[in-house]
Design a binder for this molecule. Structure first.
Ligand code: BES
Ligand code: MN
Ligand code: ZN
Length: 491
């Protein structure tokens, strides 16, 4: 989708805002005049009230060049913010995508400030996203017709400039979605690493470690997970050094299980295909670094992703195996399906050891239990640092990628203590499953300020109602963490 900014509306579809109580914006009132009162009449005969998310389309309005007028609800004028504009733009785009409309003019003049107009652009991009690369027989009437969104603003030049700071966020979200949606036979660890390596063209520094190098570093927790796979596990470090030279970096770590069968502790078959998305944490890290490089963020940022495929095989890890992690701590593997924490154990330890970061944030589709607790609506966060947790909570509110904090505590340690090793990789039964997983990770942070984000629910979401979300891979985490960096960690 092409996003443009203009000071006049030239599209064949023109969308104008309406506030709660059917209060027309100036743009909507002007269109009502041009169309001889068509909008007033349409409002009378419909249930559209201007509530957020509502749209009402008038086709072929008399006396107008445009073939469509789309009214969209913005809710209460006082409550208008970037999230509302993002959502509204997404709703309009979604409603027009395959209708035959080609260019949408979204009237935000006199309504949105500069950042708001960019947020609308981001919403439009997110709603237009599709994963169509494997469709070879899509009939013409099912193909998207809308190819351009022209956002109408009072100062188009200034809006274009701000957009440079937001367009890369859209790029990052799209890349993260593409990676999550990709078929697992096209995105094993080695294929994934080749794709990431291509991002060097953005100015990122990218280092890929194979199994021999990981072995040397002692990453046996991570390596154990991948040992049943036909593809070599990969460990990737991405660097964006846009901050002051010598400034301590911040670090983002992602779980990249390219497919999680459960291993020898095999998962049941139902919906196992969704485990192609078990690399969603890593995808968010790659998407974030793409966004930061694209907008030349003034921050020193490290991304670390551990890529493995969890397969049952003659060489696969067994329940009962004991591995020595890079930290030196030993882990008794009691369930090979609790593999994400094993990957992150070595990735977190490596990250704090190698980069001495200000903080580490990890993202992982770590537990089914987080879906039970929070559904697809919030990600769970767990932290040893109240300030960082608070910053993330606020970034969640500002970006509309919500997070909710759950506790850690020594009282949960008992559940992961092992009889014969330093710890086991599962808790007792099913109680507090997301917390015991986080408590396990905490043992690999070496007390560096850290936050774990469990995105098992938010990273994958089939059938979401939010017009910004496609089926399945959401790209969750890119907007949230871009916001965190933007608001707190740029010079
Ligand atoms: N990748 C899964 C978690 C998951 C489940 C993500 C459903 C998205 C949707 C993870 O590796 C896993 O299998 N976790 C187990 C842990 C258990 C064995 C302690 C789980 O949640 O059941
Ligand atoms: Mn698993
Ligand atoms: Zn997993």
């Amino acid at each position: 989708m092409k996003i443009k900014f203009n000071d006049t509306a030239t599209g064949d579809a023109i969308a104008a805002p309406v506030y709660s109580g059917s209060a027309l914006s100036d743009a909507a009132r002007a269109l009502d005049g041009e169309s001889g009162g068509a909008i007033t009449r349409a409002l009378k005969s419909s249930r559209f009230t201007g509530a957020p998310g509502q749209t009402l389309t008038l086709t072929s309005p008399a006396g107008m060049q445009a073939s469509r007028i789309v009214l969209f609800g913005l809710g209460e004028k006082k409550a208008l913010n970037g999230n509302a504009l993002e959502l509204a733009a997404a709703g309009v785009v979604k409603s027009l995508l395959t209708t035959g409309a080609e260019v949408l003019s979204l009237r935000l003049d006199g309504v949105a400030d500069l950042e708001g107009s960019a947020r609308a652009g981001l919403g439009a991009r997110m709603a237009a996203y599709r994963f169509d690369k494997y469709r070879t027989r899509l009939s013409d009437d099912k193909k998207p017709s809308l190819h351009t969104v022209e956002i109408v603003v009072t100062d188009a030049k200034a809006a274009k400039k701000i957009w440079k700071d937001w367009e890369p966020v859209g790029d990052g979200v799209e890349l993260a979605r593409d990676l999550v949606n990709e078929a697992p036979n096209y995105l094993g660890p080695e294929q994934y690493a080749r794709r990431v390596k291509k991002l060097e063209k953005l100015g990122l520094e990218i280092q890929v470690l194979g199994e021999a190098e990981m072995k040397k570093l002692g990453m046996n927790a991570l390596l154990g997970v991948g040992q049943g796979s036909a593809q070599e596990s990969q460990f990737i470090i991405l660097k964006w050094m846009g901050g002051k030279e010598g400034d301590q970096p911040i670090a983002f770590v992602g779980k990249g299980v390219t497919f999680d069968t459960g291993g020898i502790s095999l998962k049941p078959g139902e919906k196992m295909d969704e485990m192609k998305g078990d690399m969603g944490g890593s995808a968010a890290v790659v998407g974030l670094l793409t966004a930061l490089a694209g907008r030349k963020a003034k921050a020193n940022v490290i991304g670390v992703i551990g890529l493995v495929e969890n397969m049952p095989d003659a060489k696969a890890q067994r329940p009962g195996d004991i591995v020595t992690s890079m930290s030196g701590q030993t882990i008794e593997i009691l369930n090979t399906d609790a593999e994400g924490r094993l990957v992150l154990a070595d990735a977190l330890w490596y990250t704090q050891q190698e980069f001495k970061p200000k903080f580490m944030v990890d993202l992982a589709t770590l537990t089914g239990a987080i879906l039970i607790a929070l559904g697809h609506e919030h990600a769970g966060i767990f932290s040893n640092d109240d300030r960082l947790a608070d910053q993330l909570f606020k970034a969640g509110k500002a970006s509309d990628e919500g997070v909710w904090r759950l506790p850690l505590g020594p009282e949960y340690d008992r559940q992961i203590d092992s009889d014969i090793a330093d710890m086991k990789n599962i808790g007792q039964g099913r109680l507090a499953g997301s917390i015991t997983a986080a408590q396990f990770l905490k043992r690999y942070t070496n007390n560096v300020p850290w936050c774990h984000i469990d995105i098992a629910g938010t990273g994958m979401h089939s059938g979401a109602k939010d017009p910004r979300l496609p089926t399945f891979g959401t790209g969750f985490g890119v907007r949230l963490l871009d916001r965190l960096v933007r608001d707190h960690y740029e010079a």
